[in-house]
Structure formats: structure tokens, C-alpha cells
Design a protein around this ligand. Structure first.
Ligand code: SF4
Length: 234
């Protein structure tokens, strides 16, 4: 092969690579060859300032659990306790999530838990030490953080994703439909069609409205059934 044809071939390969990764920050595209490990991604999130939340957080909350998890659970964003402790779902809602997991034979160690945004959205970013200062993430914050979530999904490759609450459901499924319409319905992930997605209510909503617990229990039974099928037990 002549030198000029070799250069052209390399250029074409480079352009295809760029096309595949143009939504990713450069370091993330490079890291795709580094296997399933989430550590490079975790480090990038720890120092991220891609949106204003990065300037007010105490620490980023990346995710917790197994990198080989069959089920990934995605919530809205860190709250006060998570911001202090660096782990998702550690307050009262987190305890309830632990109970929900246990009810179908799962645990924080066997699944993977993360949020749509990795830093604490606050009503008053000047008072990170104040309780009750939480708010939902904005569309812009969700968009800025989306590459991290999608890279987590890409690396973990779960078979199922459970979306906890309306913010996670709207962000991941890219829909304006209400959680009350979508909960309990199996959906496809827009970017990962092989992954089955189940929206359900957020544990914090169950603390406010205990009457929603029976719907979540129905959803958990549906998930348990699908897991049993996957394991050849049903
Ligand atoms: S919320 Fe996401 S995009 Fe925004 S600073 Fe934190 S890690 Fe970066």
C-alpha cells in the first residue's frame, strides 16, 4: 500500500472513531478501551465542573454496587446525606430502598445504584450544610451529566434498569409522560435497546405517600419474575 493510501485509511478510521464518540469528552472516548472498570470514570466525576452543581457540592456521588450487576437502579440526584457521605441513597429513602432490594433477594452489593446527576442540586448553593435545601436537577444539569450515566450503563451492561421516580424516568427514557402512567411498564432504553427498563416510584415518594407501596411491590414482583427467567428458575 502506498504511503498516501495508508494516510487516507488512518484518517478514515480516525473520523469513524470521532463520529462514534463525538458526544463524549475526549478522555472518556479514550477510556472506552479500558474494559469494565469504572475507576477512571469515577475519578473524572470527582473533579467534574461541567455544570454549576460541581461548584457547590461537598463531593460527587458516583455510584455503588457491583460492576457486573444484572440490575441497575437510577435515582434523581444526591441529597443532603448523600452529598456528605458520597454514596447514593443513604438517608431514610435509602434504608427503604435497601428493604425493597431485600424483598426480592437483592442487595446494595449485588446491584448497581446511581443517579441521573452526580452532584447535589441545592435551592441555595451558598448553604450546602443546610438540610431541606434539595431541589430536582434542571434539564441543563441532566444534559451535562448524561454522558457519565450513559458511560456507566455502557460499562456495566445491566440486563435491567429500574428507574426510581419521575425525574429519572423522564431523563432516561427522554419522555414527558408522568411516572404514574409509566410505572410498572417494561420499556426499552433509547440508547441501549437490549436493556429492559422498569420505571417505578422513588422511595422518597413512598415515605410521603405510603399508599404507593403496593404499586412498587407489584413492580418488584415483576422484576423478580424476569430475573428468575434469566436465571432459568422460572
Ligand atoms: S452534576 Fe454531573 S456534570 Fe454536573 S458537575 Fe457534577 S458530575 Fe459534572
Amino acid at each position: 500500500m502506498s504511503a498516501s493510501r495508508a494516510v487516507l485509511r488512518d484518517l478514515r478510521t480516525h473520523l469513524v472513531d470521532l463520529e462514534r464518540s463525538d458526544w463524549l469528552p475526549g478522555w472518556m472516548a479514550l477510556s472506552q478501551s479500558s474494559g469494565r472498570s469504572l475507576e477512571t470514570l469515577r475519578s473524572a466525576v470527582a473533579s467534574c465542573r461541567r455544570c454549576p452543581l460541581g461548584f457547590s457540592r461537598t463531593q460527587a456521588v458516583f455510584g455503588v454496587g457491583s460492576e457486573c450487576a444484572k440490575v441497575m437502579w437510577i435515582g434523581e440526584g444526591p441529597g443532603f446525606e448523600e452529598d456528605r457521605r458520597g454514596e447514593p441513597f443513604v438517608g431514610r429513602a435509602g434504608q427503604l430502598l435497601d428493604n425493597i432490594l431485600a424483598s426480592i433477594g437483592l442487595s446494595r452489593r449485588t446491584v448497581y445504584i446511581t443517579n441521573v446527576v452526580k452532584c447535589h442540586p441545592m435551592v441555595d448553593p451558598g448553604q450546602p450544610q443546610r438540610r431541606g435545601n434539595d431541589r430536582p436537577p434542571t434539564e441543563e444539569e441532566i444534559a451535562a451529566c448524561r454522558p457519565y450515566l450513559e458511560e456507566q450503563i455502557r460499562r456495566i451492561r445491566p440486563q435491567f434498569i429500574v428507574l426510581l421516580g419521575s425525574v429519572a424516568t423522564r431523563a432516561v427514557l427522554r419522555t414527558d409522560r408522568r411516572i404514574s402512567e409509566l410505572r410498572g411498564r417494561w420499556c426499552g432504553h433509547p440508547g441501549f435497546p437490549e436493556i429492559r427498563v422498569l420505571p417505578t416510584y422513588h422511595p422518597a415518594a413512598l415515605l410521603r405517600r405510603p399508599e404507593l407501596k403496593s404499586a412498587v411491590w407489584q413492580d418488584m414482583k415483576a422484576l423478580r419474575k424476569e430475573l428468575a427467567v434469566e436465571d432459568g428458575l422460572a
